[in-house]
Design a protein around this ligand. Structure first.
Ligand SMILES: [Zn+2]
Length: 135
């Protein structure tokens, strides 16, 4: 299962669709919020098929930001430095009943599915999608 990220006004076939799994999309979106919180906040529903997304100008700005992070090597460093992510169910293991948390099996964290090639593929999409909607 995955969400369809659809280009609103694609200028090349690469900008028509971006597809990934829900867990990898979640990891990519979390990363986008760390590198470009203001731009990323212009979309509210990143994880549901409500048709929310980024307009053309925001997509272009996000592409610029993401390209700098990839080209500088910082995106690859982020992947290495964040192999796990705090568990959302038990609030990173701070809940009293963390041992019974089924989401992380008591570890307090879950694998971070951020992958540099997803960021690179999303950058290619962002540059030519003309804005996008999550559906
Ligand atoms: Zn947990």
């Amino acid at each position: 299962m995955g969400l369809d990220i659809c280009g609103r006004n694609p200028v090349s076939p690469v900008g028509v669709h971006f597809r990934t799994t829900n867990s990898r999309w979640g990891a990519l979106v979390r990363y986008l919020f760390t590198i470009a919180p203001k731009i990323a906040s212009t979309c509210v529903y990143w994880y549901t098929s409500d048709g929310d997304g980024l307009n053309y100008a925001a997509a272009v700005r996000l592409a610029g930001r993401l390209e700098v992070e990839i080209d500088s090597g910082r995106a690859a460093e982020y992947q290495k430095e964040h192999p796990h992510w705090p568990c959302s169910e038990c609030n990173g293991g701070t809940r009293n009943d963390v041992a019974s948390c089924e989401n992380c099996r008591g570890r307090g964290n879950v694998p971070n599915h951020f992958e540099i090639h997803d960021a690179q593929d999303f950058l290619k999409f962002l540059k030519v999608c003309g804005g996008f909607s999550v559906s």
